[in-house]
Write a protein that binds this ligand. Structure first.
Ligand code: SER
Length: 918
């Protein structure tokens, strides 16, 4: 008998739901978070660890943190390095890129999200499977009081131990312990290397038969990390079994709150509230039903994802994480568009997001709210203009006749939309699909790869190999001390070699780690020190690069200092062995230049915040000895006035000789003091604060001037856009800036002389002169246009020949050959002339010749079977060569034999002219 489904609004349905709820403990999401943490901390002695960033700083193979275990990955392999034996966390997770990608499902299913929170408990060799299973069961059935008879579990078929442990739990009959194969119950991180092992999963019975297999909702996954899968795919046994569990908070909320759908829980309540209010305020009619369309769910899900990503320092861009963020924002905006929004609306919903996290679980949402809202709003504005520009490029494609059969948007167009307009590929696909078209995504991918390969400098490729080599030292415990903050250590510091090896990249260079190390190479945008080291045998090697291959690691790349010393001696190699002494010399002149530009970068950051009136986000920086580059989020150009304001403020401040106070503080204290932090950086518990009192305070590991007067003068060299929503300023200070200013001054003197510009009482001579020249140019170009127009229509353009051409598709084609005035150099004139001639005589094919240039123009209506490009080719062939091509109505080419060609052409039309002459 078919099952009857009760309408959701019916009284019977509500009663059934009420009956169901009656048996469950009523809990909100903040209560779930609190109870979970307290259970593991207070009852079971776990350390509560804060969620790590969505950017996995310890795992380059992952795009986003996608599980609670990511921040602990190393501890499973080597429990001895774990600072605690058991931990619990509520981890921010993203599944919108890389292998775990739920982006396309969001809005269309009850449970998919891009962003979600994962509750977890972890043991690094401390407790067994038995304890893990017992605690999970107790939490679910005693703490939050889920009825035991609505739970069932799965185990890996070969994991008898887990099976027996469940069998001994009270309240779980054997028929509810299901054995599964490795596909379901062996957890790995994905395809790459990482800890892995059998798992046991706990399911909730929704009691809804209509859902088929989905009646059982997986709520908690307990993984027993027993193996490590290495790069070759082989399983190694871990020294001791570890535990990693993960339970989706939104799902658990749907269970305890008896909702059929995660989106109906209190997690999303305030967000839908805000969205509905915004819709009403914008005059959009809408029911309050969140299930009527996927768009509302997409918007609220994506709002959470974009906000958390920006809070962790991801900035919209066209590559990597930034691109995923851009796609998320734009998908949400398009959904808004579908709902009826015509103006930016996402940033206005942010307040409701804060409301939904009002228990303060994620303080970064409040602390960074201005930047987050700023970036969202800016991206909304960019999208509006991008959308129309992109559509202008895309729309004509759908009308292109030669594509009508394949109905495929050319990969080049899709790539251009992506590359130049920051138009997400999936949006192009979506718009194409709405018209029954497709996009050749494989080819677009090829174009993207090609571009990336071109952009990758070979030095970078080899240097990444060298970095990987140096990274091996971590296992050997090579952790040198950086001593280069202090001037007295820069020249002549004696150090010991901790480790060394050849780069093996064909250069003969070596890499080594020395203790202590005065060479800066800690990144943060600051270019590494150079200098030299003197080995124990007295020979000198240049330091050409310094880098940090792992946290607290420093490596220097060296090469023989003189050309004569081309081949490395045995003795040198011996002196580079572990334990040998050497003396280190940093290039202090270069270092001073770098320090000045680094301090200036901090000033620029502060000045931009003051001038633009909102917290900008730093998107990247580069500090070199003679210039600096600073990228930041901002949607429009900085005006000349603003540039002057920034320069003035920095120069005035520099002249006050402010001295920095550089000190270490606990991270939270530093933030509370008002230090500027780069959201995407991973800071330790103790951070270095560079404070130019009352002017700028930043978390920074770089080297700085001792006195701000060293950055005088400060000069902005350029300002421009690097990507949609991101601007770049280049600037120089001190000697480099003076040099620039001197060169500018010389240029002005030269221009004054060349233009004979002299100051008068009316003002600066050059200004006056340039304005006058501008007026003259405007005047001349007006005259020129008028003249051109006149010449185009001048009767002097009588054809040098009228005749007919044979052998084309039409029998005898009336033709006029015009030789144009040799002095006209302008292509524009050529085209205008062709149009004029066609207007004058639509019934002939016109051939225009100017020097070796040739153009064929015809009126398609009159010659439906002719194609100007083909006529041009045929004529060129007959006239003795040349090349060219074009469209149906107009084609351009070149005669390879100039005058001779023209003569032949004239002959050709004469010979072939029969009776007709037009
Ligand atoms: N790592 C497991 C998961 O992601 C349990 O946390 O499901």
């Amino acid at each position: 008998m078919a099952r009857i489904r009760l309408p959701r609004s019916s009284a019977l349905f509500k009663e059934a739901l009420w009956n169901q709820q009656r048996h469950l403990r009523q809990m909100t999401t903040p209560e779930l978070r609190k109870e979970f943490t307290e259970f593991f901390v207070k009852d079971h002695g776990h350390v509560a660890v804060k969620s790590s960033s969505l950017i996995p700083h310890n795992d380059k193979s992952l795009m986003f943190t996608n599980a609670g275990m990511v921040q602990f990955k190393e501890y499973f392999r080597n429990p001895a390095v774990a600072p605690f034996k058991q931990a619990t966390s509520i981890q921010k997770c993203m599944r919108a890129g890389g292998k775990h990608n739920d982006l396309d499902n969001v809005g269309y299913t009850p449970r998919h999200h891009t962003f979600f929170e994962m509750l977890g408990n972890f043991s690094f060799g401390q407790y067994s499977k038995a304890a893990a299973i017992q605690m999970a069961w107790r939490f679910l059935t005693e703490v939050i009081q889920l009825p035991k008879d609505r739970l069932r579990v799965t185990v890996l078929a070969s994991d008898q131990e887990s099976y027996d442990l469940w069998k001994n739990q009270e309240g779980i009959p054997e028929e509810k312990i299901i054995r599964c194969d490795e596909k379901d119950n062996f957890w790995t991180m994905g395809e790459g290397a990482g800890p892995c092992g059998p798992c046991t999963e706990i399911f909730w019975d929704t009691q809804n038969d209509d859902l088929g297999e989905d009646r059982w909702l997986e709520i908690w996954n307990l993984v027993f990390m027993q193996h490590y899968r290495n790069d070759q795919g082989q399983l190694e046994n871990l020294p001791i079994v570890c535990v990693d569990t993960g339970m989706g908070l939104e799902r658990l909320a749907s269970v305890i709150q008896s909702k059929e759908n995660n989106y109906e829980t209190d997690v999303f309540g305030p967000l839908f509230e805000g969205l509905h209010k915004n819709m009403t305020d914008s005059g959009i009619e809408s029911s309050r039903d969140i299930n009527a369309t996927p768009h509302k769910k997409i918007i609220v899900d994506h709002l959470r994802a974009m906000s958390f990503l920006i809070a962790d320092g991801v900035i919209p861009s066209n590559v990597g994480r930034g691109y995923v963020l851009r796609r998320i924002i734009r998908r949400a905006l398009r959904s808004g568009n579908q709902l009826g929004f015509t103006k930016p609306f996402m940033a206005d919903l942010y307040g409701y997001l804060l409301e939904s996290f009002k228990d303060g679980s994620y303080p970064e949402l409040t602390e960074r709210q201005d930047s987050i809202k700023g970036v969202i709003h800016q991206e909304e504005e960019i999208f509006m203009s991008t959308l129309s520009k992109g559509l202008a490029l895309l729309e004509p494609v759908f009308k292109q006749k030669d594509l009508a059969d394949s109905k495929q948007v050319p990969a080049e167009i899709a790539f251009k939309l992506y590359d130049t307009f920051g138009f997400p590929l999936d949006l192009t696909v979506l718009i194409a699909e709405e018209r029954g078209w497709s996009v050749d995504l494989a080819k677009v991918e090829e174009l993207k790869q090609k571009q990336q390969e071109q952009g990758r400098a070979s030095w970078k490729a080899t240097s990444s190999l060298v970095h990987a080599k140096a990274a091996e030292w971590k296992e050997q415990g090579v952790f040198p001390t950086f001593t280069g903050y202090h001037r007295e250590n820069l020249t002549g510091q004696s150090s010991t070699v901790l480790a060394s090896q050849s780069t093996d990249d064909g250069t003969g260079d070596m890499i080594l780690s020395i203790e202590p190390c005065p060479f800066y190479g800690l990144g943060g945008g600051q270019s590494p020190d150079t200098g030299f080291v003197r080995l124990a045998n007295g020979s000198e090697w240049k330091v050409v690069d310094v880098f940090s291959p792992y946290e607290r690691g420093l490596a220097i790349r060296i090469q023989p200092a003189s050309m004569e010393q081309e081949s490395v001696t045995e003795e040198d190699l011996l002196c580079l062995h572990k334990g040998f002494q050497l003396t280190a010399f940093v290039d202090t002149k270069r270092r001073e230049g770098v320090a000045a530009h680094h301090s200036a970068t901090h000033m620029l950051n502060a000045a931009l915040r003051k001038t633009l009136g909102k917290p900008i986000m730093q998107a990247g920086s580069l500090v070199e000895p003679d210039r600096l580059r600073f990228d930041f989020t901002h949607g429009k150009p900085i005006s000349q006035n603003q540039i002057h304001e920034i320069e003035n403020w920095i120069n005035t401040t520099a002249l006050q000789s402010v001295q920095p106070v550089i000190q270490e503080y606990p991270l939270q204290k530093a933030i509370d003091m008002g230090s500027i932090a780069v959201f995407s950086e991973k800071y330790g518990d103790v951070v270095r604060v560079v404070d130019f009192p009352k002017v700028s305070m930043e978390l920074c590991g770089g080297t700085h001037v001792e006195d701000l007067s060293k950055i005088y003068p400060f000069k902005i060299l350029s300002e421009g856009s690097v990507a949609a929503g991101t601007r770049r300023i280049e600037a120089a200070v001190g000697k480099s800036a003076s040099q620039f200013l001197i060169e500018q001054d010389r240029m002005v003197t030269r221009l004054n002389q060349d233009l004979k510009a002299y100051a008068t009482s009316a003002g600066n001579g050059l200004d006056l002169k340039v304005n006058k020249i501008k007026d003259q140019v405007a005047d001349l170009s007006k005259q020129y246009s008028r003249l051109l127009e006149k010449m185009v229509k001048s009767p002097a353009a009588a054809p040098v020949q009228k005749g007919a051409l044979r052998g084309l598709e039409a029998d005898a084609v009336p033709v006029q050959i015009h030789e144009l005035d040799g002095e006209i150099l302008d292509q524009d004139y050529f085209s205008k002339k062709a149009n004029f001639l066609k207007e004058q005589e639509p019934n002939a094919v016109h051939i225009l010749i100017w020097k070796e240039n040739m153009m064929v123009a015809l009126v398609q209506k009159q010659f439906p079977t002719l194609h100007a490009g083909k006529v041009l080719k045929a004529v060129l062939e007959k006239a003795g060569g040349g090349k060219g091509g074009g469209q149906a109505q107009v084609a351009r080419g070149k005669l390879s034999n100039g005058e001779e060609g023209l003569r032949k052409l004239i002959q050709l039309s004469t010979q072939s002219s029969s009776s007709s002459s037009t």
